[in-house]
Design a protein around this ligand. Structure first.
Ligand code: ADP
Ligand code: ASP
Ligand code: MG
Length: 410
């Protein structure tokens, strides 16, 4: 007998029909003799709809109240899934974030889980009930409702799995597993049987939204075996696990596209010490994460600074940057959401040179200009105009031998 945490994403609970299918799958797992805790997302489109309602009122809402609004999506799902399980003759009990004591910090809209007291879940499991837990939400130490950032139900699932010391955490979604790139963009994408935590961490941080980045970090730290599976098929899916030697044979294992970044450029900053720290320090104070950064060499005593932030933070970040730009007498601030970040990822890159050069050559051949570049030991990323994003992904996927037909067996 094992303890299994299953998480069902928005499409998997997108209708009451789909919820019935989830209920059947959960009960089948229980019938095999396992204890099951289920984490669910809001029904597909619901979180966007709720955010849309907020936007109808203002572009600059109070962060606390936004979380109060968006956390409701998951409440509806847990109640309905619990009812679906009961309708099929099973026993189920739903749990909101604070009913299974998921305590987070107070960073609204991107809160981090600080602790989970799983005793109420254990109690339910002991009574052979299926615990149906709201993803994405928690409460801070003052009792405020918080949410964990888009895709945060993945993180709830892994955190619950770690707290319960579960034998496995299964993330059910609308694709069969983790692919070499987003299968919606590149039909030649190939499903991976296994992927290392580290590669998955890079993919997740690059907007490969199949798993939220924090969920992979937690799985890696707590050594939770993490499966990505489809709720629409019986494919075994992809196992996200520790790196093994066979993984190093493949130089580039995946191509990722992130269309969720926006560019901010500050032109004509009088050159001087501490300017970058002033700008990035102020952004950090507002919990705005900065990604790619390019600073030009000074010309006539002035420099230009370009960087990217998440699209959702663009309005807030622009307000902050404009204020500082004025104070330091920069010439102007320009912003653009028409950018995309395309990246190649693979642990094999550690032992191979010339990978970045090959990537730039492929993009140049397509006439795609690089606006910024960043690298890690196992990743190369380039910022490009968004109109070329899908072309770039497909060209790189082909150039690095990842297309399904031509792919080498691992
Ligand atoms: P859920 O609602 O179940 O959480 P998401 O929409 O958050 O599902 O994530 C699943 C989606 O991630 C897929 O439909 C797919 O389009 C996208 N995706 C992006 N990159 C990848 C990848 N490398 N492998 C698989 N899916 C990917
Ligand atoms: N409902 C939230 C979102 O759409 C959380 C999740 O689905 O994981 O981002
Ligand atoms: Mg998701």
């Amino acid at each position: 007998m094992a303890l299994i945490v299953q998480k069902y994403g928005g499409t998997s609970v997108g209708s009451t029909e789909r919820m019935k299918a989830v209920a059947q799958r959960v009960l089948a797992t229980q019938k095999q003799g396992h204890d099951v805790a289920v984490v669910v997302s809001a029904m597909s489109g619901e979180t966007n709809r709720l955010l849309g309602l907020v936007k109808e009122l203002t572009d600059r809402p109070d962060d606390r109240e936004v979380d109060v609004v968006v956390a409701t999506g998951e409440q509806v799902s847990i109640g309905l899934v619990a009812i679906a399980i009961q309708t099929l003759g099973g026993k189920a009990r739903s749990f909101l974030g604070d009913q299974c004591t998921i305590v987070t910090d107070s960073t609204f809209s991107k809160a981090r889980i600080k602790s989970i007291d799983a005793k109420n879940i254990f109690k339910a499991l002991k009574q052979k009930e299926i615990a149906v837990i709201a993803g994405f939400q928690g409460t801070d130490e003052h009792g405020n409702v918080t949410t964990l950032g888009r895709g945060g139900s993945d993180t709830t699932a892994v955190a619950i799995a770690a707290a319960l010391k579960a034998d496995a955490c299964e993330i059910y979604t609308d694709v069969d597993g983790v692919y070499t790139t987003d299968p919606r963009i590149c039909p030649a994408a190939k499903k991976l049987d296994k992927i290392s935590y580290e590669e998955m961490l890079e993919l997740a941080s690059l907007g490969g939204k199949v798993l939220q980045i924090r969920s992979v970090e937690l799985a890696m730290n707590y050594k939770v075996p993490l499966w990505v599976k489809s709720s629409f098929s019986d494919d075994p899916g992809t196992l996200c696990c520790e790196e093994d030697e066979s993984m190093e044979d493949v130089v580039v294992n995946a191509v990722a596209l992130d269309s969720n970044e926006a560019k901010i450029a500050v032109f004509g900053i009088p050159d001087g010490v501490g300017i970058a720290s002033k700008i990035f320090g102020a952004l950090d104070e507002k919990a705005i994460v900065v990604d790619l950064i390019v600073q030009n060499v000074p010309r006539d005593g002035k420099v230009d600074l370009t960087f990217t932030v998440g699209k959702a933070d663009l309005v807030k970040a622009t307000d902050v940057v404009k204020k500082i730009a004025k104070a330091i007498r920069a010439d102007s601030v320009e912003t653009s959401g028409d950018v995309a970040k395309v990246s190649i990822v693979g642990v094999g890159m550690r032992n191979h040179s010339g990978v970045a050069a090959r990537m730039f050559e492929v993009l140049a051949k397509e006439g795609i200009n690089l606006e910024a570049i960043s690298t890690s030991e196992i990743r190369v990323s380039a910022l490009i105009a968004s109109k070329y994003a899908e072309l770039a992904v497909r060209s790189l996927h082909t150039a690095f031998g990842l297309d399904a037909k031509r792919a080498k067996k691992k």
